[in-house]
Ligand binder design. Structure first.
Ligand code: FPP
Length: 236
C-alpha cells in the first residue's frame, strides 16, 4: 500500500458518541482524546511521516463556557500525560494555530512538550489548537504587510511561496489526504490553503470509534483514486 506522506484529520462526532450512550458530552471528548493517543502510536507503527489533527478551532470558543473549559482541561491532561510518558513515545509533536489566546500555563506546556519530543525519530504529529484557516491566512497577510512596510519585500515579488512560508505549516508538506469522521462533509475552516489539491475522505464512524483499520481504508480509497489517475495518463 502506498502511504501518503501527510494525512490531516478532522476529529468529529465526540458529542454524538456520548449522546448515543446517554453520557455527558465530556465523556465523548475524553474517549476522543484516548483515541487520539492510540491512533498516533498506530500511525507511527505504520511509518506515516506527518499527521495533523483538528483539536480546537477558532470557532469552538462559541461553545458553552463549561465545554470550552472542559476541553482546555483535557488538553492540560493530554500534555501532562505526554510529559510523564515521554520515554514510551516515539513521535515528535508541535502545534498549529494562534497560541496567544490560550492560557499561559497551556502555552508553557506546549512549548515544553514540543522541546521534549524534538529529538524523537517517529511520526511528526501536528495538533491544531485555536486554529482557523482564515485566521492563519490573516496573520500571514499581516506579517507580509509589515515586511512590505519595512521595505523587506517588494509587493510584485510576492508569490504563493511567500504566503506558504508565513503560514503555521511552513515546514510541513501539504496533506495528500484529508479524513473527516462522523459523516459530516465540511472543511470547517481547516487547512484551506494546504488542502487545495488533496483528496477528501469522509467516514461515518464517530471519532472515538475511528481506528487505524478505518484509516487504512481511507488510504486504500486514496490509492484507488491515484490509480485511476494513472489509468487516464496511460490512455492519453
Ligand atoms: C468534535 O466533536 C470534536 C471536538 C470539537 C474536539 C476534538 C477533541 C478531541 C478529539 C479530544 C482531544 C482534545 C485535546 C484537547 C487534545 P463534537 O463535539 O463536535 O461532536 P458532535 O458533532 O457529535 O457534537
Amino acid at each position: 500500500m502506498n502511504l501518503p506522506e501527510h494525512i490531516a484529520i478532522i476529529m468529529d462526532g465526540n458529542g454524538r458518541w456520548a449522546k448515543k450512550r446517554l453520557l455527558p458530552r465530556m465523556m465523548g471528548h475524553r474517549k476522543g482524546s484516548e483515541n487520539l493517543k492510540k491512533l498516533i502510536n498506530d500511525c507511527d507503527a505504520l511509518g506515516l511521516k506527518h499527521i495533523t489533527f483538528y483539536a480546537f478551532s477558532t470557532e469552538n470558543w462559541k461553545r458553552p463556557q463549561e465545554e470550552v473549559s472542559n476541553l482546555m482541561d483535557l488538553l492540560r491532561e493530554y500534555l501532562n500525560d505526554h510529559i510523564k510518558n515521554e520515554k514510551e513515545n516515539n513521535f515528535k509533536i508541535d502545534f498549529i494555530g494562534d497560541m496567544s489566546r490560550l492560557a499561559p500555563d497551556i502555552q508553557e506546556k506546549m512549548k515544553y512538550v514540543r522541546e521534549l519530543y524534538s529529538a524523537h525519530k517517529g511520526i511528526f504529529v501536528h495538533i491544531a489548537m485555536n486554529y482557523g484557516s482564515r485566521d492563519e491566512i490573516t496573520r500571514a497577510v499581516k506579517r507580509i504587510a509589515e515586511e512590505v512596510k519595512a521595505g523587506d519585500i517588494e509587493p510584485d515579488r510576492i508569490t504563493e511561496e511567500t504566503i506558504a512560508k508565513r503560514l503555521d505549516t511552513k515546514d510541513i508538506p501539504d496533506p495528500e489526504l484529508l479524513i473527516r469522521t462522523s459523516g459530516e462533509q465540511r472543511l470547517s475552516n481547516f487547512l484551506m490553503w494546504q488542502l487545495a489539491y488533496s483528496e477528501f475522505y469522509f467516514s461515518d464512524k464517530l471519532w472515538p470509534d475511528f481506528k487505524v483499520e478505518d484509516l487504512l481504508e481511507a488510504v486504500e480509497s486514496f490509492n484507488n483514486r491515484e490509480r485511476r489517475f494513472g489509468g487516464r495518463n496511460e490512455v492519453k
